[in-house]
Write a protein that binds this ligand. Structure first.
Ligand code: ZN
Length: 358
């Protein structure tokens, strides 16, 4: 069995993590006091952390999203956003992550008249500062909110910052009733600009949302994609060829950004044992493991890996596969991928490190 210490020490790649879902409870309390925000459910940091997890864990995506009103309430000025982004990079580095793509929706940070470029600049500066000297690179993904109608505008801003640390685009928020195809203009602009896209799809919605995301909207990664499991015949002998969608995921190695604890909290799966991540890996799908919202799920990548290792009996080679899947589907240039791939192979293929002897 892999110890938590080994998993934490192992170099890791994280592709799906929300900036407004990963604040330190103590920071929320401090920022709320600084801005004289009176609406937090409690001003005790420990109690606030517990409240966030209890609020998230109600087996319903829309209820899950309620906790974000409080994190977003304290992220409405540039200093606060910068601090949250810097602490995010620090916390991810402490968790042994060497490369992360962290996403946020600029349109949720405009309540106090910040401009979208001010929001993006604050996040990027925070990532830069928090990463310095910590052996981690953090890039940003810009999200548009799928229940709003600003996706094309947000894509334009993403493109404006593409050489400055924004490496991709996503849509997030409530899924049912808001299919990816509602935002085709934004996705067409991404395709014309050869700009990478990941889309939250099949988190609670069915395979049709996933199909739209890859076939119509050009997504090369899918946030969650749990709906794909229903396309896989329960009897493996029936052959995967029966589902065109699964074949497409296999052939093109479209990545699935799975987030086990978050998936459990919103009720998308009933238990860790029933989570499809292990089955997806066995079938050769490009599964990755992620945190989604570290605060709401009271988690980190080490913890997600530890839970799955205990549940599915994974060994270090499975962790290595997950990290290579994440790296190969990350939105970074080939030369950087090669550099990071060397870091992964140096560690995972050195038996003494894996067994904790060095
Ligand atoms: Zn997410």
């Amino acid at each position: 069995m892999l110890s938590p210490e080994i998993i934490q020490t192992a170099p890791k790649i994280l592709l799906h993590d929300h900036l407004d879902g990963g604040l330190r409870p103590s920071t929320i309390v401090q920022l709320a006091k600084d801005s004289e925000i009176k609406s937090l459910p409690t001003y005790n940091a420990n109690e606030l952390g517990d409240w966030m997890t209890a609020t998230a864990d109600r087996k319903d995506l829309e209820l899950y999203l309620e906790a974000f009103a409080h994190t977003l309430s304290v992220m409405q000025n540039q200093d606060a956003i910068y601090r949250v982004a810097a602490e995010c990079a620090e916390d991810l580095a402490d968790d042994g992550i060497i490369y992360a793509e962290v996403r946020f929706a600029p349109e949720l940070h405009l309540a106090n008249r910040l401009s979208v470029p001010q929001v993006i600049e604050s996040v990027l500066a925070g990532f830069q500062s928090g990463s310095e000297g910590r052996g981690i690179i953090v890039n940003a993904l810009i999200c548009a909110i799928r229940s709003n109608s600003r996706s094309k505008e947000m894509m334009e801003f993403a493109l404006q910052f593409r050489s400055k640390g924004v490496v991709g685009f996503d849509i997030a928020g409530p899924e049912i009733g808001y299919p990816p195809s509602d935002h085709l203009e934004a996705f067409h602009l991404a395709m014309e600009s050869d700009f990478p896209v990941t889309i939250h799809a099949g988190e609670v919605g069915g395979a049709i949302y996933i199909q739209e995301a890859v076939e119509e909207c050009g997504a090369s990664r899918i946030g969650h994609g749990l709906g794909l499991q229903y396309e896989i015949p329960s009897n493996e002998d029936a052959g995967l060829g029966e589902s065109k969608l699964v074949s497409l995921f296999l052939d093109d190695q479209i990545a699935l950004e799975l987030c086990p604890t978050s998936n459990l909290h919103i009720g998308a799966v009933d238990s860790f044992a029933e989570h499809p991540i292990s089955r997806f890996l066995e079938l050769g799908l490009c599964a990755t493991i992620n945190t989604d919202n570290r605060l709401m799920s009271n988690t980190c990548l080490t913890k997600e890996l530890q839970i799955c290792t205990e549940t599915f009996g994974w060994d270090i080679s499975t962790v290595y596969t997950l990290m290579r899947n994440a790296l190969s589907s990350s939105f970074i240039p080939t030369d950087l991928k090669e550099d990071l791939n060397s870091v992964l192979s140096d560690w995972y293929l050195t038996p003494s490190r894996v067994h904790g002897n060095t």
